[in-house]
Design a protein around this ligand. Structure first.
Ligand code: SF4
Length: 232
C-alpha cells in the first residue's frame, strides 16, 4: 500500500503543471516534502512517495498549513471588511435559549439518540427552540442558527456538539452576525464526552448527553448580561 504512484497521477501532474521524478512520484523539495515543483501547489500522501497512513496524515496537515499560510493575508483582508450589526440590548428581555444538537454525521448520531435529546432539551428552563443538525459547523447550519436567533428572538445559544477548542470561535461569530453578544454562547461536548467514550453504551451515552446539555442553559443564564453590554 502506498508503494507505487497512484493511477492517473501523470494526467493530474500535467494538469497542475507539476513535475514527476524518475519513479513517477511528484517531485518535491528536499527540505520541504510538501512543496511541489510549482509554487503554491502542495503535495501529501502517496502522491509524493511511498508512504504509510500516519505519514500521509502528517504530510496532509503540513500541506494544509502551508496552503493556509498563503491564504492568511487574504482571510484577514476579508475579515476586516466584514461588518457586524450592533449587539441587541437584551438587558430587559426574558432569557430565550436555543439549543442545536449536532449528529456530526454518524460520530454522535450512531451512539446518542439525538431526536430524543432534542425533545428533552425543549423541556429545559427558558428553552424556546431546540433542533437537530447533521453538521452544526456547516454553512447551512450557521444560517439555521441565524434564522432561529432572528425569528424566535433567541438571546442565548447552545450548540451540543464537540469540543469548544475547535469551533467555539466559529459559533461566536454566528452570534455576532445575528446581533448577539458572542459570550451568550455555550457549547456542550456530547461527542468526546459521550459518543466517543461510551460508544458501546448507547443508553448511558444518551443519558449523559442530556445531563451535559442541561448544564448549558444554567451556564448561559449566569452570564453577567449588564457587564456584557457595558463592554460594547
Ligand atoms: S460541530 Fe463538531 S460535532 Fe458537529 S459536525 Fe462540526 S465537528 Fe462534528
Amino acid at each position: 500500500m502506498g508503494l507505487v504512484p497512484p493511477q492517473d497521477h501523470g494526467k493530474l501532474a500535467q494538469k497542475l503543471g507539476i513535475g514527476l521524478n524518475i519513479h513517477g512520484f511528484a517531485q518535491r523539495d528536499p527540505f520541504n516534502f510538501m512543496e511541489s515543483s510549482r509554487p503554491g501547489i502542495f503535495i501529501s500522501g502517496a502522491f509524493s512517495g511511498p508512504m504509510d497512513i500516519p505519514e500521509s496524515v502528517v504530510s496532509g496537515i503540513g500541506a494544509g498549513a502551508q496552503a493556509s499560510q498563503i491564504l492568511k493575508g487574504r482571510r484577514e483582508k476579508l475579515a476586516s471588511k466584514r461588518r457586524y450589526p450592533p449587539d441587541r440590548d437584551i438587558t430587559k428581555e426574558e432569557p430565550r435559549v436555543g439549543i442545536f444538537v449536532c449528529h456530526c454525521g454518524a460520530n454522535i448520531g450512531r451512539v446518542v439518540r439525538v431526536p430524543e435529546v432534542v425533545e428533552y432539551a425543549m423541556g429545559l428552563p427558558c428553552v424556546v427552540h431546540s433542533q437537530e443538525q447533521i453538521f452544526s459547523c456547516s454553512t447551512d447550519s450557521a444560517q439555521q442558527i441565524l434564522d432561529a436567533i432572528r425569528e424566535k428572538g433567541l438571546n442565548r445559544v447552545i450548540v451540543a456538539a464537540c469540543t469548544p477548542r475547535t469551533h467555539e470561535p466559529l459559533f461566536r461569530d454566528t452570534l455576532k452576525e445575528g446581533g448577539l453578544n458572542p459570550y451568550l454562547f455555550e457549547m456542550a461536548n456530547i461527542r468526546e464526552h459521550c459518543s466517543w467514550v461510551h460508544s458501546r453504551e448507547k443508553e448511558e451515552a444518551t443519558q449523559k448527553a442530556k445531563d451535559v446539555i442541561r448544564c448549558g442553559p444554567l451556564r448561559c443564564l449566569k452570564a453577567p448580561i449588564s457587564a456584557l453590554h457595558k463592554d460594547n
